[in-house]
Design a protein around this ligand. Structure first.
Ligand SMILES: [Zn+2]
Length: 399
């Protein structure tokens, strides 16, 4: 972990590894060399997703997958993603040392660009793998220097037809991702491991409200078309729609509210809202989304406003596989590790792998819940417990 953390665009211990940048490429080489050292067979797809396979005794069976990402946002730490990559490799090496021979192959995956830093979209590699992002949409992505995905991936040495990144359902027998919690609960509760039963996913609706501006004094209340007052109604409507599901897992947020012209003595003529609605149940989340869209239509009609909506994304949440969860729970018990079931409120590559394979995630604590910061920390004991339970789980699933 320490050696990988030295490979950074910033001065260590600050970790910055933006996908296809110089540090990302060096980090890939470092991890691939470790995989070769463990006798794993390497393959890279046209977007740079990397597969390192420990061939099982029956190579015709679909592999059991594990893995995560090694890219890191600017000014990050050394554990997000890397625990799942180096931990996955260490789990394989531990099984090799123990003389275990899997029947299914075990495949370590290093996903390209889990972080949205360069292209503004998270989980690029796994999205394409799970066919959630089409090749034409991927080719339209550009970074802040206006360089496209095609130019950047080829300059990083990844070529070939991007259509080949998509993987068919059935490719993986099962997939497990080890990751840090990125929240404070386990450390506070003294829990070694979280067994992730669901991965929540966001839907994001952009709302543009167009009314009529005017002088805040001269224009009297009757007949006003105030875009911000309209926005206020919609914000409250979203809150009430999210509350009305009665489920703790339904959450809705309006995180952006841009007001035009934004002057104290001017009636707001235009407002842009960005909303984020999350749940572990797709139908329930989409119900809140539809209710918000109905409110937009109703409020627009009643107030005589023009309201345009644009669905930015609506990723499906994932329900984790009962078989993997049972294997993880038995492994945790065997290892004497305290554990609890939980929902992952943030999303990870596994959310998109879930489109093509049964998945689950295993979380380890991180100090103070701190993540995406240089002082992100997971203790050697937390990591080794996670790796030991991952190894037992992979052994069970690959048997
Ligand atoms: Zn991560």
């Amino acid at each position: 972990m320490t050696a990988l953390a030295q490979i950074s665009e910033a001065e260590p211990p600050v970790v910055t590894r933006v996908v296809f940048g110089e540090a990302d490429r060096r980090a890939r080489t470092y991890v691939k060399d470790l995989c070769k050292g463990a006798g794993l067979a390497l393959r890279e797809d046209p977007v740079g997703n990397t597969f390192a396979r420990w061939t099982g005794s029956d190579p015709s069976l679909p592999p059991v997958g594990t893995g995560s990402h090694i890219d890191a946002i600017p000014n990050a730490g050394s554990f997000d993603g890397t625990v799942g990559v180096l931990g996955g490799l260490e789990a394989i090496r531990a099984l090799q040392r123990a003389g275990y021979r899997p029947r299914h192959s075990v495949e370590l995956v290093i996903f390209t660009s889990e972080e949205p830093t360069r292209f503004g979209i998270g989980c690029l590699g796994s999205r394409m793998m799970g066919k959630v992002l089409s090749v034409s949409d991927a080719l339209a992505l550009r970074d802040k220097q206006d360089r496209g995905l095609d130019e950047l991936r080829t300059s990083a040495g990844f070529c070939g037809d991007l259509d080949l990144v998509a993987i068919e359902a059935g490719y993986f027998h099962k997939f497990v991702e080890l990751h840090i919690e990125q929240g404070p609960l386990f450390e506070q509760e003294g829990i070694d491991l979280g067994l992730v039963t669901h991965i929540a996913a966001p839907a994001s609706l952009q709302i543009e409200i167009e009314g009529e501006g005017g002088h805040a004094g001269a224009r009297l209340m009757p007949g006003r078309k105030d875009a911000l007052v309209t926005a206020a109604e919609l914000i409250l409507a979203l809150e009430s729609a999210a509350r009305s599901t009665g489920a703790v897992d339904t959450v809705a947020t309006v995180g952006v509210c841009e007001v035009f012209p934004g002057a104290v003595n001017s009636i707001p003529s235009r407002v842009r809202l960005e909303t984020d609605i999350r749940d572990i149940d797709a139908a329930r989340r989409d119900g809140v989304l539809e209710s918000l869209q109905r409110s937009c239509a109703e409020v627009a009609r009643r107030r005589g406003m023009s309201i345009a909506t644009k669905l930015v994304n609506a990723d499906p949440p994932a329900t984790c596989d009962a078989g993997i969860l049972a294997a993880m729970e038995a492994s945790a018990r065997d290892a004497g590790a305290t554990h609890k079931s939980m929902v992952s409120r943030a999303y990870h590559d596994s959310l998109f792998v879930a489109r093509i394979a049964p998945v689950a995630m295993l979380f380890i604590p991180c100090r103070g819940g701190v993540s995406h910061r240089p002082d992100e920390y997971a203790s050697p004991r937390w990591i080794s417990t996670g790796v030991a339970v991952l190894a037992r789980t992979l052994a069970e699933l690959a048997a």
